[in-house]
Ligand binder design. Structure first.
Ligand code: TYD
Ligand code: MG
Length: 455
């Protein structure tokens, strides 16, 4: 009887409600509850009687936790973000906007693994096998021994896999197209997506294959429907790119087996994605020494230093309330820096529009960017270009003090490597000089402002 019970499932977060409501109790989304009848599929779990519970002594597991067994794809930027390769028996979700290059990335990873002698199965619910072949040809991967299948039924996929040796990697592109008999609702619904993911994750756990799901993201940056999948998988990677730019950033937002602060950088070209091992060259923009308002920030993305240009435009406003527009940085952090400049450094900004942009579409979350942001703002406000061979880093406190940040030596080394001859940094971090570079430690933001004003 339970089979025909009607329930309402939030298409945003997957919460189950016994009656229809205008607003989901769990996530607060309006008009997201949809009637889905029948077996929950979700709770259906493993088929009864299929697997007898097996008890393993804890001590036998010892050692297996120390270092998860991984398979490197050989695409260094991808391996960096996962934390050293795909973990056996784990499930990963790769999300991103349609057309950003998810299928391309995974096909390249699949081919790299296959060329390394691993078995890889690529199941597409979006494209026909001939289409995937064409893409592979364009990528110069036509010879790779990746097994391709155009299939959307999870039962069919699992039946096919059961006939063959377990692959090292199974790719399901996309999870939104997959459906299973275990759930009665229509394909594409949260229930189907969740039940399909659950079945494939169970396969991963039992077989030891790594499973990668592709998920399309909605405009507001959330993975439509498959948001529920985010909670089920071991890792979630986002593949992002800025409109008009050719490069793409792979970022981990959840990673049970590795870091979440590493980024992988790629460039999309005519023959697919090219790895960018030295991203600073992308984010430095076209350096023009004559323009005021540009400051180079020596930042860190995970364990890797990345230099990026911060661009500011401060101009008298024509509006009652001046505009504050930020791309790539935190709006409230900008408000704080502006307040500190007004209060402690006598830089008048209240009657100015302020635009701040991080070059190349990178998103920065480090407070260490404060000093570079302040330098760019002051440079634009005073119409005084900064020295083009100078890099900046340091956190600014509400009192206007410049506080030390981590990884000062790496930041300096990267700056030196890219031809920067000077760096302005927190006084407390000074004295760790790199050959060929002049560093200047400052204790208060006002010192930097005075220096720019004197230029
Ligand atoms: P795709 O991997 O299909 O995106 P997703 O799976 O995220 O929807 O990438 C599609 C885009 O990438 C498409 O606009 C064409 C472009 N592209 C290239 O520029 N070069 C290439 O070599 C390939 C294969 C695709
Ligand atoms: Mg695709």
């Amino acid at each position: 009887a339970a089979r025909n019970k009607v329930q309402y499932i939030c298409q945003n977060c997957g919460a189950v409600s016994p009656r229809w409501q205008g607003r989901c109790d769990d996530c607060g989304e309006w008009n997201a509850l949809v009637e889905e009848s029948g077996a929950t599929g979700v709770g259906a779990g493993p088929k009864r009687g299929s697997g007898k519970g097996r008890v393993i002594k804890l001590e036998r597991l010892a050692g297996s936790t120390a270092e998860a067994p991984r398979t490197r794809t050989g695409i260094a930027e991808f391996d960096r973000v996962t934390g050293g390769g795909l973990v056996r028996g784990s499930a990963l979700l790769v999300g991103g906007d349609p057309g950003i290059g998810k299928s391309t990335l995974l096909l390249q990873a699949a081919a790299a693994l296959a060329n390394g002698g691993h078995r890889v199965v690529y199941v597409s619910g979006e494209e026909a096998v001939a289409q995937i072949r064409m893409r592979a040809e364009r990528l110069g991967l036509a010879d790779a021994s990746v097994k391709l299948a155009a299939e959307t039924s999870v039962e069919n996929i699992l039946a096919t896999l059961a006939l063959e040796e377990t692959p090292a990697l199974l790719i399901a592109d996309s999870i939104q197209t997959m459906w299973t008999d275990a759930a009665d609702s229509a394909p594409g619904t949260v229930t189907q997506v969740r039940a399909s993911a659950q079945a494939l994750i169970r396969y991963a756990k039992q077989s030891g294959a790594a499973v990668v799901f592709v998920g399309h993201v909605t405009k507001d940056g959330q993975i439509a429907g498959p948001r529920v999948v985010e909670h089920m998988v071991d890792g979630v990677l986002y593949f992002e790119g800025e409109g008009g730019h050719h490069f793409r950033i792979l970022r981990a937002v959840k990673n049970r087996f590795g870091p979440t602060d590493e980024i992988g950088v790629f460039e999309m070209g005519g023959a697919g994605l090219r790895e960018v091992p030295n991203p600073s060259e992308l984010f430095l923009g076209e350096r023009n020494s004559k323009t005021p308002g540009a400051a180079v920030f020596a930042g860190m993305e995970g364990t890797r230093p990345v230099l990026v240009e911060i661009q500011a435009l401060v101009a008298p406003t024509t509006l009652g309330t001046p505009r504050r527009a930020v791309i790539g940085w935190d709006q409230s952090r900008l408000a704080m820096i502006l307040a500190v400049l007004e209060a402690h450094c006598r830089v008048r900004l209240g009657d100015c529009d302020v635009y701040l942009n991080v070059a190349g579409g990178l998103r920065i979350s480090e407070p260490a960017a404060d000093l570079a942001v302040a330098a760019a703002l002051v440079s634009s406000r005073l119409n005084a270009p900064l020295p083009p061979d100078c890099a900046y880093f340091g956190e600014v406190s509400l009192s206007g003090a410049v506080r030390p940040v981590s990884h000062a030596p790496s930041r300096l080394k990267e700056s030196g490597k890219l031809g920067f001859a000077q760096a302005v940094l927190p006084a407390a971090s000074a004295g760790q000089d790199v050959a060929g570079m002049t560093t200047r430690g400052i204790g208060q933001l006002v010192e930097l402002v005075a220096e720019i004003a004197a230029r």
